[in-house]
Design a protein around this ligand. Structure first.
Ligand SMILES: [Mn+2]
Length: 259
């Protein structure tokens, strides 16, 4: 690939289990475009061989938001409070994660995506935060107003990849680098009732809501893997921290594509 070409970012798609239709909301593709990548919507029903070929061809993979992950996949029966699942989507995304990691491709997870990545690497999630946690000040992780408006704070661990990404220190060339964002508390939106519970061994939890819920993970000893529980695709136009998440991911994919 020549340097002038943009990195190709594969995105997972939503699946309506009632109609069996796939749906791609425009927000993540727009964010990838704005960050300098070309979004490529991945087919739900690709075979493992097809996915392997796609993984070899594309430069980075974004695991998008969506419904719950089937509890069997992290060794639990279905609790009261668990929401709807797509077995097809679970299967495709776990296969894609395995193949993308085998080929050391940059990975980003959003909402369901952080949970899927955590499960794929051996972690667990809360099937339903409100009924499984006892919190002194319960944060509204299903915020009662539109996604473009932040609703709770997240504390980012200092000296983490996520802190560097959000502040624009990684990559060094990020056009949206903003050193004034060196604080480690940011404001995010929130539309989830599940969350990472036991972090998978290869991952490090590096962002936390005030009620202790894990809102971000990263993986050391890997070219680039970050998952966030919030939805930066609704925030990037006004929020440099959200833009930096997409910029850093696309930049990592661009570097990967030159290797
Ligand atoms: Mn939240």
């Amino acid at each position: 690939m020549t340097a002038s070409k943009k990195p190709l970012i594969g995105l997972t798609t939503s699946h309506d289990i009632k109609t069996d239709e796939t749906i791609q909301a425009p927000y993540c593709p727009r964010a990838i475009l704005a960050a300098g990548g070309i979004p490529v919507i991945l087919p739900l029903e690709a075979s493992e061989d097809d996915l392997r070929q796609l993984v070899a061809t594309l430069d980075g993979f974004l695991f998008t938001g969506g419904p719950d992950v089937h509890p069997f996949l992290f060794g639990e029966d279905t609790r009261a409070g668990c929401g709807s699942v797509s077995v097809k989507r679970d299967r495709m995304e776990l296969m894609l994660l395995k193949l993308a990691m085998e080929q050391k491709k940059p990975i980003m997870g959003i909402c369901r995506g952080i949970q899927l990545i955590n499960i794929g690497l051996g972690g667990t999630i809360y099937q339903d935060i409100p009924s499984q946690t006892d919190r002194a000040f319960p944060i509204a992780h299903q915020q009662p107003f539109p996604h473009r408006v932040p609703s709770h704070t997240v504390k980012i661990t200092e000296d983490s990849l996520l802190a560097d990404v959000i502040s624009g220190k990684f990559p060094e060339t990020a056009p949206h680098a903003d050193r004034s964002l060196s604080q480690t508390v940011i404001r995010v939106n929130s539309t989830h009732h599940q969350a990472v519970r036991d972090t998978a061994p290869p991952l490090t939890a590096c962002a936390f809501a005030p009620d202790g819920i894990i809102e971000g993970v990263a993986m050391k000893d890997y070219p680039y893997l970050i998952g966030v529980q919030w939805h930066p695709e609704y925030l990037w136009e006004e929020d440099p921290a959200a833009m930096n998440l997409f910029k850093a991911f696309v930049k990592a994919a661009a570097v990967q594509s030159l290797n």
